[in-house]
Design a protein around this ligand. Structure first.
Ligand SMILES: Nc1ncnc2c1ncn2[C@@H]1O[C@H](COP(=O)(O)OP(=O)(O)OP(=O)(O)O)[C@@H](O)[C@H]1O
Ligand SMILES: [Mg+2]
Length: 259
């Protein structure tokens, strides 16, 4: 079995923000899609009890992250393949129950990480991406411990930065108290409409507060339409300009260099 420090070739990335509706799920799904288009082997893991990844991509499975974490299935049993591009592990509301059961376990913060090591996930993928819910849950703590990098989508609301700084605080606590090395891959500005003053102000605030601000993702009504049509923007509107934004962003993600 590989130790966490040996999984050199697999990047584990958590997409997080303590605020809701900032584009976490959009970014998670599209990172997975675009990386897989570049030939990377990608696993996207939904950890949100709302199960939004499965809803958005119109995928379903009776076996989910809950069953994997509770030792009720193997890795291959819970994998769902999306359009022959990347693999998914879905979540459902009963993942909350897994959390309750985890509380009593020894090493309750590393249940997910241990499972991934047991099934040698890091040997099989180039990227593991975790979509998270905006909560301070034990499950999210598990995701911190199973990830080495964090990407924080931030929408263009003046208070959005509060949600980002809360994630950075949690990251620093995990580093200090749980001695797990996790770095900030970057802040990803989302819903950016560069015509508006508020977007300009928030972008400026972000760049003056953080060293690692990634290229922005524009706001596009087509993204909502794509989610309503249960597919990625690439499949819904392949010429949409947000795909160029995503390409630039993915280039930076591949280059890495988090702090
Ligand atoms: N760049 C964008 N332009 C327009 N709409 C977007 C964009 N990104 C995401 N959306 C839409 O905004 C809504 C919220 O996005 P998303 O679900 O990705 O946020 P989230 O942070 O995952 O939310 P939650 O905290 O509820 O999990 C969705 O309806 C999505 O389709
Ligand atoms: Mg979400």
């Amino acid at each position: 079995m590989m130790m966490a420090t040996e999984k050199k070739n697999c990047r584990t990335i958590m997409v997080a923000n303590a605020r809701g509706g900032v584009g976490k799920t959009f970014l998670s799904i599209h990172l997975a899609y675009m990386l897989s288009e570049l030939g990377k082997r990608v696993l996207l893991v939904d950890t949100d009890p709302q199960g939004t990844v499965g809803l958005w991509l119109n995928q379903n499975s009776p076996v989910t992250l809950y069953h994997l974490v509770m030792g009720e299935c193997s890795l291959s049993q819970c994998l769902v393949r999306y359009r022959d591009k990347f693999d998914l592990i879905l979540a459902k509301d009963y993942i909350k129950e897994a959390e309750l059961r985890m509380v009593g376990m020894v090493g309750r913060e590393v249940v997910v990480r241990n499972k991934f090591e047991e099934f040698e996930v890091h040997d099989q993928y180039d990227f593991v991406i975790f979509d998270t819910s905006p909560s301070l849950s034990l499950l999210n703590q598990n995701v911190y411990m199973a990830s080495e990098e964090v990407i924080i989508p931030v929408n263009m609301e003046p208070l959005a930065i509060v949600g980002a700084s809360s994630i950075i605080e949690s990251m620093l606590m995990v580093r200090k108290h749980l001695r797990h090395h996790i770095s900030l891959l970057g802040i990803a500005p989302t819903f950016v409409n560069s015509q508006t003053n508020v977007a300009r102000q928030v972008l400026q605030l972000l760049t003056s507060s953080y060293d690692r601000v990634l290229p922005p993702l524009r706001a596009s009504v087509k993204v909502k339409e794509a989610s309503g049509s249960l597919m990625t923007i690439n499949e819904y509107d392949s010429r949409n300009k947000i795909i160029d934004d995503l390409k630039t962003l993915v280039g930076k993600v591949i280059a890495g260099g988090g702090v």
